[in-house]
Design a protein. Structure first.
Length: 318
């Protein structure tokens, strides 16, 4: 009977290991691909994203929106001139310098307005350049290599049936989460680019109000939105990068002993001493410890890091 039980246990372990490796292989491939795709998407300038749409937006901005903005600027400049004259004791206290100031201010406003489309695109070009530079760092930090899977499979073979079953369910859940996140990111990335095109096409209207203090609030809010949308791609990329880093650590192990739980976290860092690993991941393990104690209602008595590079375990103290 014992031999049969042992055979069934080994068979179930092999089945679970194959299932875990199948889930993680597809999941890790998806993470690597997804991070790369999003890095390309959010790092693409409006002109390069879709040349046809960009050309259409430019024509609308220059032939339809810009004349309307010119009328608004004319009204704002005239209104400001009238207010300036009235404030000077109803033309009784006129300083010729204020006319030169008004002419220079209006000329500068016209110059900026006529080049609004290029200025707005320059802002997006700068933000996309920053995003593109960050993308290489983030993608390199989240890249999951076949070596990790090979060492992971070796570790799984030493685990008991209970932890393997939990890890199998965890890999299924994270795979589903990755699919949902992919849909959300797709909507955000494409929605962001549409927002960029709308902000670019309508830019001359709020920019036309900037020259006047009373009406300039619209232009100031537009500039804030412009920079917010421009660097929004960096936040999207950071979110995906953080998730990718978290996915790298999903193969954690928790097993129970008589006097409490033991938390094991696998790490692939190279060139780190045991002390450096412990200092680097102490806060992460403390977070895991708190979550496990609340979830399982059992104390975590020990926190351990297993370094594949060092080939040894590292005990982490609070």
């Amino acid at each position: 009977m014992g031999i049969l039980t042992e055979w069934i246990t080994e068979w179930l372990k092999e089945l679970l290991i194959e299932g875990i490796m199948g889930n993680l292989t597809g999941l890790f491939d998806t993470v690597n691909t997804r991070v790369g795709e999003i890095a390309v998407q959010v790092g693409t300038t409006p002109a390069a994203w879709n040349a046809g749409v960009f050309s259409l937006i430019r024509q609308i901005s220059e032939t339809v929106i810009l004349p309307i903005a010119g009328l608004i600027l004319t009204f704002v400049a005239t209104y400001e001139l009238i207010q300036m004259l009235i404030d000077r004791n109803n033309l009784h206290d006129i300083d010729t310098w204020m006319f030169f100031k008004w002419i220079f201010k209006t000329a500068a406003a016209i110059l900026i307005l006529s080049n609004t489309f290029n200025i707005v695109n320059a802002v997006f070009d700068v933000s996309q350049s920053v995003i593109a530079r960050s993308a290489g760092i983030i993608q390199g930090s989240t890249d999951i290599t076949p070596d990790m899977l090979a060492t992971l499979e070796t570790t799984l073979e030493t685990m008991e049936l209970g932890p393997l079953l939990g890890l199998f369910m965890q890999s299924l859940l994270i795979g589903l989460t990755m699919e949902i996140m992919g849909i959300i990111i797709f909507v955000l990335v494409y929605g962001r680019m549409l927002e960029i095109y709308m902000l670019t096409s309508l830019a001359p209207i709020p920019v036309a109000t900037l020259s006047n203090r009373e009406t300039g609030q619209m232009g100031q809010n537009y500039i804030k939105s412009l920079f917010a949308v421009g660097f929004q791609g960096l936040l999207i990329l950071l979110c995906v990068g953080i998730y990718g880093v978290l996915v790298q650590g999903i193969a954690d192990c928790v097993f129970a002993e008589e006097d409490g739980l033991v938390l094991v976290d696998y790490k692939t860092d190279r060139g780190k001493t045991p002390e450096e690993l412990a200092d680097r991941y102490r806060s992460q393990l403390l977070f895991y410890k708190q979550a496990l104690e609340q979830l399982l209602e059992q104390p975590v008595k020990e926190m351990i890091l297993y370094s594949f590079a060092l080939g040894e375990t590292v005990e982490v103290n609070e």
